[in-house]
Write a protein that binds this ligand. Structure first.
Ligand code: C2E
Ligand code: MG
Ligand code: MG
Ligand code: MG
Length: 277
């Protein structure tokens, strides 16, 4: 079964279009009850270097909803945000990632960076940096080992506060990535102000780069821009060797996608690390 092999993909539940109000109420009830329970888990997808070694992992949340099965984040994160549950859940994600970094370190597997995805509510919470630093101290996380991914749209509601939070995080040793880069309302003037280490090139560019030379040129341009700004580029959603080759030629630094591994359970990710240690 999928359980025995964490590397297999879980069959995700996806709500049908036109779901009834009753189902939405049930979802809301279950989601509220799930926060603070053991129904959430982090899955881990590796980010690979050009030489094929593991640079770190991205933590991706899953909800094992009773009576339903594994629910993908796109099917509950927006609702959790609306219900005001994401500050609490997001804090759990950060704590869980810190525990995993510590567990791998203590198992002799080295300091393996883990990136967590942030939400809008976290980027508008002035308390975020302090509790992140508390968790880092508690689990003895080295600078650069905990990473955070945010999208440009998450900064829109209060850009000044978001930028201030990001500077505090960066100053405290948290590495930062712009997620889904190229899809939002990218503002080049913001980009200069952001203390960001990585740009994550959105999967839509990656998909096209191997078939359309114009897209490959665009990718190469983004890499050059990032490198000029002292940022590295992570390609998201690399599925084919062709895409990997094209992106390598474009000077891409890190690669993530099904070509290398699907997101996997903590146990499977540990085995993945051990097999390449
Ligand atoms: P994201 O951060 O951009 O994550 C990338 C998504 O692409 C993940 O979907 C991943 O499983 C998927 N992916 C990776 N490689 C490939 C590939 O080669 N092909 C294809 N087709 N897809 C690939 P997932 O896990 O369903 O997560 C979706 C989104 O949910 C994430 O997008 C992120 O925005 C959000 N998310 C995930 N975990 C968390 C979390 O802990 N907190 C918050 N606030 N959001 C989260
Ligand atoms: Mg991400
Ligand atoms: Mg992304
Ligand atoms: Mg995405």
């Amino acid at each position: 079964s999928a359980k025995d092999n964490g590397r297999d993909q879980y069959r995700f539940y996806s709500p049908e279009l036109g779901s009834t109000v009753a189902r939405r109420v049930e979802l809301e009830r279950d989601l509220r009850a799930a926060v603070g329970s053991t129904e959430f888990a982090l899955f881990y997808q590796p980010k690979m270097r050009r030489d094929g070694s593991i640079a770190g992992f991205e933590a991706l949340i899953r909800w094992n909803r009773p009576g339903v099965g594994m629910v993908a984040p796109d099917n509950f994160i927006p609702l959790a945000e609306q219900l005001g549950l994401l500050l609490h859940l997001g804090r759990w994600v950060i704590e869980q990632a810190c525990r995993q970094i510590a567990a791998w370190r203590d198992a002799g597997l080295g300091t393996i960076p883990i990136a967590v995805n942030l939400s809008t509510s976290q980027l508008t919470s002035a308390a975020l940096p302090d509790y992140v630093f508390d968790l880092m101290r508690e689990h003895r996380i080295e600078a650069g080992c905990l990473e955070m991914e945010l999208t440009e749209s998450m900064m829109m509601s209060d850009p000044d506060l978001a930028i201030a939070i990001l500077h505090r995080l960066r100053g405290g040793g948290v590495a930062l990535s712009i997620d889904d880069f190229g899809t939002g309302f990218s503002s080049m003037s913001y980009l200069r102000q952001l203390p960001v280490n990585y740009l994550k090139l959105d999967r839509s560019f990656v998909q096209n780069c191997a078939v359309d030379p114009k897209d490959a040129d665009l990718c190469a341009g983004i890499m050059a821009l990032a490198h000029k700004l002292d940022m590295h580029v992570v390609a998201e959603g690399v599925e084919t060797a062709e895409q990997h080759r094209t992106l390598t030629d474009c000077d891409c630094d890190l690669f993530q996608g099904f070509l290398f591994s699907r997101p996997m359970s903590a146990r499977a990710a540990t085995e993945f690390l051990q097999s390449r240690h």
